[in-house]
Design a protein around this ligand. Structure first.
Ligand code: 5AD
Ligand code: SF4
Length: 445
């Protein structure tokens, strides 16, 4: 009987892709997947450190390990990813039921480590044999894994790590320095995906716009997009996240406009609308630069969607600073925004600034910003009513199997009725209704 793997992922798309690759390696090693944790022979959590809330979710799960191990003494429990990188061997002290701690740069070793741990069970390996966090600054390491758990769209990592030093952000500590993958390896992977019938590719990196830095070949991110278009033209939709405003230039917007496969969507985190706070965040851009760049984006791509990330309640944020963020939200008119309350991360430079905004005040600002953004998203979406857009259908609704859910090129979620299965199909849809996060439509063709 095959051994069973329970693998759960927290956090961003890069974690999703890492987990998929780990899953592929585990399946190669003879495992099969299970969604029932009680059945598992191996439990792996791929974790996220970006905010305290994400970490608390994992710490909350750890209490179950004891009971699960009592039921299955051969069970192996592993913590992977960002929290593993951040806390390392401390996990073993915190919870003796944890067998394996594997950081972001060591994930290609997971299957081998699990094998070693299960073979030497009785001898009990010393903790240093069960800890793997030393490869944080090495090349990606999972680029050759072909396994895909979704047959329609594929996540492709093109660079990892970050050389910026935004003061709130733990990512440089959990993902290390910036390393670009060479374009040949990326093109090979995307060509392979094209041959296997994938229609959508999302390129991943903490900072995709600085792609190419440090590579011997002279290439930048826009150049990479051009190569993908030329080499794998049957990919219909190409997306990318995340971009830093500092390196998002007109050349990128032009390439986005000119290449048919590149979707008309830019995710450009602004974080704050106040120059004083942006300086304290060490964001390396100011409000006017950001507004100027998005004006340029819209000049070149009038139909292009724009989304962002915002933090409220950063240390020292006054009411006036917050109102600057509110006015930026109004000016920029984002299609949507992820808005977060500041969460102090141990070891980040912002710890030196006092986390001085009371929780209730952070909450108030968060609610006010969300409300404003929702109203704008709704207005923008309502303006689409009556228009016909291309939708790539990815899933059916769980509640009603004749309702299908897909996305526009601008990454807006669309729900439409269809009597025939349209998963994996591109359809023209006339928009008939709009909420702030979802559009309703009728398939016309
Ligand atoms: N507190 C709150 N939000 C954060 N982000 C990153 N670090 C923190 C933090 N310490 C947000 C930023 C980033 C997104 C991925 O998470 O907005 O763009
Ligand atoms: Fe974090 Fe800033 Fe790097 Fe983004 S650019 S990953 S916010 S340090």
């Amino acid at each position: 009987m095959r051994k069973k793997l329970f693998l759960q992922t927290f956090g961003c798309q890069m974690n999703e892709r890492d987990s998929e690759a780990v899953e592929g390696l585990m399946l190669d090693d003879g495992f099969e997947k299970t969604a029932v944790i009680e059945e598992a022979d191996v439990i792996l959590y791929n974790t996220c450190s970006v905010r305290d809330h994400a970490e608390q979710k994992i710490f909350g799960r750890m209490g179950r390990f004891r009971r699960l191990k009592e039921a299955n003494p051969r069970l192996i429990v592993g913590i992977l990813g960002c929290m593993a990188q951040e806390h390392g061997a401390k996990f073993f002290k915190k919870n003796p039921d944890i067998d394996l701690v594997c950081g972001t740069g060591n994930l290609s070793q997971v299957a081998g480590l699990v094998r070693e741990i299960s073979e030497s069970r009785s001898a009990r390996l010393s903790t240093d044999k069960r800890l793997a966090t030393d490869k944080i600054d090495d090349a990606y390491g999972l680029e050759d894994v072909r396994y895909r758990s979704n047959a329609l769209k594929a996540l492709v990592t093109i660079m990892k790590g970050c050389d910026h030093r935004c003061t709130y952000c733990i990512v440089p500590m959990t993902r290390g320095r910036e390393i670009s993958r060479n374009s040949e390896s990326i093109l090979r992977e995307i060509k392979d995906l094209e041959g296997r019938g994938f229609k959508e590719v999302m390129l991943l990196g903490q900072n995709v716009n600085s792609y190419g830095k440090g590579l011997e070949e002279p290439i930048d991110f826009a150049g990479l997009l051009e190569k993908i278009q030329a080499y794998a033209p049957k990919i219909e939709r190409l997306r990318f996240i995340t971009s830093h405003p500092k390196d998002a230039h007109a050349r990128l917007f032009q390439v986005m406009r000119d290449l048919p496969m590149v979707c008309e969507h830019l995710h450009l985190p602004v974080q704050s609308g106040s120059d004083r706070i942006l300086r304290r965040m060490k964001r390396e851009h100011i409000r006017s630069w950001y507004l100027g760049q998005i004006e340029e984006y819209r000049r070149l791509m009038p139909e292009g969607a724009l989304t962002t990330d915002i933090i409220v309640g950063f240390p020292g944020e006054t009411e006036a600073d917050f109102l600057e963020t509110m006015s930026l939200i109004e000016k920029a008119r984002f299609d949507s925004a992820f808005i977060f309350q500041y969460s102090e991360r141990p070891g980040t430079p912002a710890v030196k600034l006092k986390d001085d905004i009371p929780e209730t005040e952070k909450h108030r600002r968060h609610q006010a910003a969300l409300l404003l953004q929702r109203a704008i998203s709704l207005e923008i979406n309502q303006a689409l009513i009556g228009k016909t857009v291309e939708v790539f259908f990815e899933t059916e609704s769980k509640k009603d199997r004749s309702r299908f859910v897909g996305r526009t090129r601008g990454y807006k979620r669309v729900v439409a009725f269809s009597e025939t299965d349209c998963i994996g199909a591109f359809r023209l849809v006339r928009i008939t209704g709009a909420a702030d996060e979802t559009l309703l439509g009728e398939i016309v063709q």
